[in-house]
Design a protein around this ligand. Sequence first.
Ligand SMILES: [Zn+2]
Length: 199
Amino acid sequence: MLQRQKGVWRIKDNSSVWKDLLRLKAPAKALNLVWRALANCLPIMTQLQTKHVPVQVWCPVCNEEPETIPHNLVTCTFASQCWMVLRSDNLWVQNMEFRSWMSAILSSGTDKQRAESVMLCWVVWRARNDLVWNKKFSTVNKVVASAKKNLTQWILAQSISSHTLLQPHAKGDGSMFWVKPQPNTVKVSVDAAIFEDRE
Ligand SMILES: [Zn+2]
């Protein structure tokens, strides 16, 4: 892993990247995407070609380089501009491994920055698919804003969900606690979220 200490990048073991990812408070869809990227399991063009799917290998976004996972999520012109806006503290170094880069992303910055970074991977991947399958173009600002908005909405939904498990204590000190359901009733706790995925 590359870790910046006093302005100098140092190489460290990146085997903790999986644990760092699982510890992150972020939507499952984003964690899942990054997990698949780390496991080299995203259906990008070069990957499909190794499975003998007849596709051209060039990146469908920039059409300048073969589409690999790090190219798609980090170094493609479009993706790198998004990272410049969101995490200029962690830029790609040439010939770096994707896992090393993600390890640096997940072990620096604030919790929020780390969660936003995972979310940005998911939104960049979605923008790529929108272009491939729907011929729909997006902009850097829209994609970065969408990553932040998705995360904010998810955090809000998590907060609402956990508060519905508590009942206000009217007589005491204003603290909250869980109330045992009345006999012959069924208490259902629903964990749900609505995301405005589209702009
Ligand atoms: Zn590209």
